[in-house]
Design a protein around this ligand. Sequence first.
Ligand SMILES: [Zn+2]
Ligand SMILES: [Zn+2]
Length: 131
Amino acid sequence: MGNERVKRYRMPGSACTMCKMWDGPELRPAVDQEGTSPLEVDGLCVVHRARATEGACILCGRGRPWVLMRPGSRVGVCKPCYVEQEGKEQAEDLERYWKALSQCAGFWPASPAILPEFCLGDATSGQDDVS
Ligand SMILES: [Zn+2]
Ligand SMILES: [Zn+2]
């Protein structure tokens, strides 16, 4: 006992991942300076961490996250902030991509090879044998 290996989830003394990613006015240190917390939010600075735990946009703290940093993440930014950072075209590209994805939602064929056909086809073209 007492001799357990501490698992590291990030480099000790890391800077906030979101300050780095979004080029904030200053680069603040992550809350978890030991690098031993498995929580994603502990890799953020106090400001960004507080916003993320409230479920708000990490950049402005007001809007709701529109895009998340990864699936299931609590860390995200609202659309106006994203547009401000990345540009309108980027945001529209992202929306087009999501739209294409959602057309396949709930419809995942066993073989990935046939997936593109499902995505591109008209959603209403399926046979309706509900009778
Ligand atoms: Zn930060
Ligand atoms: Zn925002």
